[in-house]
Ligand binder design. Structure first.
Ligand SMILES: *Cc1c(COP(=O)(O)O)cnc(C)c1O
Length: 485
């Protein structure tokens, strides 16, 4: 049954509230509001009792799926459980009740937190300096590319405007490179799912601005030739940009700075645990090697040792300027800071270890029924494709939709683009063995259904309020609000 909108439930005359009698002189609307601002028509508002409204929204909220309700193996998105202590700390009045326009003197604790977070991130990444301004990973990519362009310009090398991007990359990489005014050159992957060095060597040159790389890449594979890749790009005068969305696989084990990367972004909402299923707010801090530091967005926060005070410094002649109002999504910064302190260095390393262990355990179970396009071990995520049945015709979308009937959030589908019918699965470290076993059992059952009753997959989901949607229309012509006719 289709859920009714609250406006459709309205019954004229129902009320959920009564206003107390006026205790001030009645002043007519005519006098109080200038004529040109007055409504011509009474607004069409739903008329309902309080209990109807409460039940409506409570029911809707229970239709939602989140990491707090179940397993969420959405590859590339790192849907780990977000510890509630993060929320408690972010809600402390000293963090939640301050205003970004307050004088630095009155928010010393907040500034200290940001400076320390920058230091922690620099340590984890192997970089020299960080900015916390970017609001998401994609925003970090744009910021990083603007930094790289500013750096090349300062060297008198404005002509460097080509960005090399592997064909396994996330769509935001070419999108942001293009926004930064660069041209994109796609690098094919080799048979092992890694960057093809021969192809890379063929295209690097005097016009190379940077190579953007995700490591481990979106296939969940570590680029084993990273040292050589870095040497090839650096020798040609280009820089290396690290898309840190997959950092959850290697925290404490390897650092992009040590691999030769010059600029990195982290997705704090992924790796460092902020709820991000609904699309925000996120945070995509960018780290750089020393030679790029002068170009970082301003203002930067500095610690005045003599006065023992933090302050903003806007005197940065080479800065690319601001990339966000104020200083970034501060609440997310507090949550990431809390998460890092709660886990400590050892804990972060253990999180990555378990993320990789969980992924390999699940891959092993699933590979009994599903095809594995790249053999061997994976990092924190992996790709499988639907079983080849005797009749054929089972698509990734069928598997994903059928999972909904069994109460699981589906994995990422049809990404990365280089694997046809990809199911991209990332269990994360916060799931236990029983959850992984339960998910694998359902996947096995779906594989069996694919063989015995493929129609049930083609028609799935059967248990959700709505069955298959027209996804193109939903994306192109979304109905986001109700309008009176
Ligand atoms: C999520 C992701 C991004 C984009 O990050 P947002 O925070 O969603 O903007 C970029 N690259 C990869 C590999 C990702 O998984």
């Amino acid at each position: 049954m289709v859920e009714k909108l609250i406006f459709e439930k309205s019954v004229s005359g129902r009320r959920g509230h009564y206003l107390p009698p006026l205790d001030v002189p009645a002043c007519s609307v005519q006098e109080a509001i200038p004529a040109k601002l007055r409504r011509k028509k009474t607004p069409v508002l739903p008329q309902l009792t309080e209990v109807e409204v409460v039940r409506h929204y409570t029911r809707l909220s229970s239709l939602n799926y989140g990491v707090d309700t179940g397993f969420y193996p959405l590859g590339s998105c790192t849907m780990k459980y977000n510890p509630k202590i993060n929320e408690d700390v972010a809600n402390l009045a000293g963090f939640s009740q301050i205003h970004p326009d307050q004088p630095a003197e009155s928010v010393q604790g907040a500034l200290e937190l940001m400076v320390k977070l920058q230091q922690y991130l620099a340590e984890i990444a192997g970089m020299d300096a960080f900015t916390l301004q970017p609001a998401a990973g994609a925003h970090g990519e744009l910021t990083g590319l603007l930094l790289i362009r500013a750096y090349h310009a300062a060297q008198g090398e404005q002509q460097r405007d080509k960005v090399l991007i592997p064909d396994s990359a996330h769509g935001t990489n070419p999108a942001t490179a293009s926004l930064a005014g660069c041209q994109i050159i796609q690098i094919p992957s080799n048979g092992q799912g890694e960057v093809d060095l021969v192809a890379l060597k063929r295209v690097v040159g005097k016009d190379t601005a940077a190579l953007m790389l995700t490591n481990p890449n979106t296939l969940g594979l570590f680029e084993t030739q990273i040292a050589e890749i870095a040497a090839i790009v650096h020798e040609a005068g280009g820089l290396l940009y690290y898309d840190g969305a997959n950092m959850n696989a290697i925290m404490g084990y390897a650092r992009p700075g040590d691999m030769g990367f010059d600029v990195v972004h982290f997705n704090l909402h992924k790796t460092f645990s902020t709820p991000h299923g609904g699309g925000g707010p996120g945070s995509g801090p960018v780290g750089v090697k020393r030679k790029l530091e002068p170009f970082l967005p301003k203002p930067v926060i500095i610690y005045d040792r003599q006065k023992q005070r933090y302050r903003f410094d806007g005197e940065r002649p080479q800065s690319i300027g601001r990339v966000k109002a104020f200083y970034g999504n501060f609440g997310v910064l507090v949550k990431a800071f809390t998460y890092i302190l709660m886990l400590g260095g050892k804990g972060l390393k253990e999180a990555s270890e378990k993320a990789v262990l969980n992924a390999n355990y699940l891959l092993k179970l699933l590979s009994q029924d599903y095809e594995q396009p790249f053999a061997g071990l994976c990092k924190h995520e992996f790709i499988v494709t639907p079983p080849k049945t005797k009749e054929g015709g089972i698509r990734t979308l069928d598997v994903a939709k059928r999972l909904l009937d069994y109460g699981f959030h589906p994995p990422t589908v049809y990404f990365p683009l280089i694997v046809a019918e990809a199911l991209m699965i990332e269990p994360t470290e916060t799931e236990n063995k029983s959850t992984l076993d339960a998910f694998a059992a359902v996947m096995a059952r779906i594989a069996q259904e694919a063989e015995e009753n493929p129609e049930i997959l083609h028609q799935a989901p059967h248990q959700t309020p709505l069955s298959r949607l027209d996804e193109t229309q939903a994306a192109r012509r979304p109905v986001l609000r109700w309008k009176a006719d």
